[in-house]
Ligand binder design. Sequence first.
Ligand SMILES: Cc1cc2nc3c(=O)[nH]c(=O)nc-3n(C[C@H](O)[C@H](O)[C@H](O)COP(=O)(O)OP(=O)(O)OC[C@H]3O[C@@H](n4cnc5c(N)ncnc54)[C@H](O)[C@@H]3O)c2cc1C
Length: 475
Amino acid sequence: MEAFDAIVVGSGPNGLAAAIRLAQAGFSTLLVEAKDRVGGGLRTGELTLPGFQHDICAAVHTMGVLSPFFNQLPLAEHGLAWAYPEASVAHPLDDRPAAMLELSLPETAARLGKDARSYTQLIAPFLRNPHGLLRDLMGPLGIPSNPIAMMRFGLRALQPATWVARRFETADARALFAGCAAHSILPLNAWGTAAFGLIFLLTGHMERWPAVRGGSEQLAKALLSYFVSLGGKVQTGLAVERLDQLPSSRVVLFDLAPKQLSSIAGDALPASYRRRLAKYEYGPGLFKIDYALSAPIPWKDPSCARASTVHVGGTLEEIAAGEAAVWRGEVPERPFVLLCQQSHFDDTRAPSGKHTGYAYCHVPSGSTFDATARIEAQIERFAPGFRDTILARHVSTPGDLEAYNASYVGGAVTGGAAKLTQLFTRPVARLDPYRTPNPRLFLCSQSTPPGGGVHGMCGFHAAESAIKRLHRSAR
Ligand SMILES: Cc1cc2nc3c(=O)[nH]c(=O)nc-3n(C[C@H](O)[C@H](O)[C@H](O)COP(=O)(O)OP(=O)(O)OC[C@H]3O[C@@H](n4cnc5c(N)ncnc54)[C@H](O)[C@@H]3O)c2cc1C
């Protein structure tokens, strides 16, 4: 008799999702985590001053709130409360009003002036059955439930973001699209980057991009509480380096990077598969700053205060140039900065009257460059006086991020470059990407489809694959 049916190594959102799915299916499941508390990218802490709660990794849950798996779970009963802003995205521009991603398509379009019609024509067709489209997109390649919608989406999505953005006449609409597409962490002239622009805009018209009330860690706590209610077991403080450190089990799922899977599994995986894992490309890293602020960010355009996320990077051309520079190994002079302002719509994050700020930019893998001044110059450009509101800051370099979580290889936080060649075939091209050649071992992290972000869908699909194996081996 094995001690457990399944062990999941790593307790990020995908590890938690996989563990829950296995426990729901009636399998005895142990969740193992290196740190002293679960959560992976879902952790919150007082990084700057007492009373200021910062999201250490993920902040805004664009995909989490729409996740087909999370939405089936009774997470509210286990303490989860989303905190909603008035709008998802503000995109400030020099000397003109910011472009805004509002929940309402007509309101968003109306602010885009001459591009109101073309914006509506681009987005409206995907809003006919958006949840069906997302379900098809949030899994491995397969037969879509709605092939016509998927084909229509694919025709646009496969293009470079710069092509789709240039259908617009105004700098506002172009910039709004570019800011969303830059979540790909790819050069915006790369094939397939339009997919990110479209998906992020679409999600903003389905739900306002929320944070988690009390901090992202509350989502991990709710997932953990539900897992434990299903009879799941947890062991924290065990950084797995070899398979023989784990109790016996019928299957093991790794919520880790391919590099870690290869090193932990060693000879349990064929050398040819490990060679393929070694070729996996992780992509650029992140340079992040958390701020304790004495006041709200003094945006030139006050509409920016309404959004959970502010895309600070100026025009399409500037953002495209910056992201291309990162892939050439440079830190851009004027980086594209992703800024979140959770305390604006969640009063648990900072002492009364004070605020938190969260900002990062993309930098080359493993970069040791201090990007603080460049990030702050960009924020100051659209919010003069920002520097005067800073009470304290906490900086994380790519090296700090990797030291914090070994899955962030070189500071890359989305589990691997989202290039077309690696998006649906991660970590390697296989019919079932969650399986390895060893029938006991599975990968369930963001380095499998559908990739980075807090949605748990990698973990869900990996668990389904492992469940098939568990049923087969029981016969
Ligand atoms: C700075 C930053 C900002 C981000 N912002 C957002 C955002 O706003 N929205 C969003 O949706 N996503 C965001 N992300 C991405 C998101 O956090 C990840 O996509 C997500 O957490 C991936 O989940 P995962 O379960 O695959 O892995 P992870 O969350 O990385 O979890 C892996 C777990 O494995 C553990 N572990 C590692 N090695 C071992 C070992 N040897 N033994 C045992 N355990 C181990 C780690 O401690 C960790 O708990 C951000 C990430 C970072 C770092």
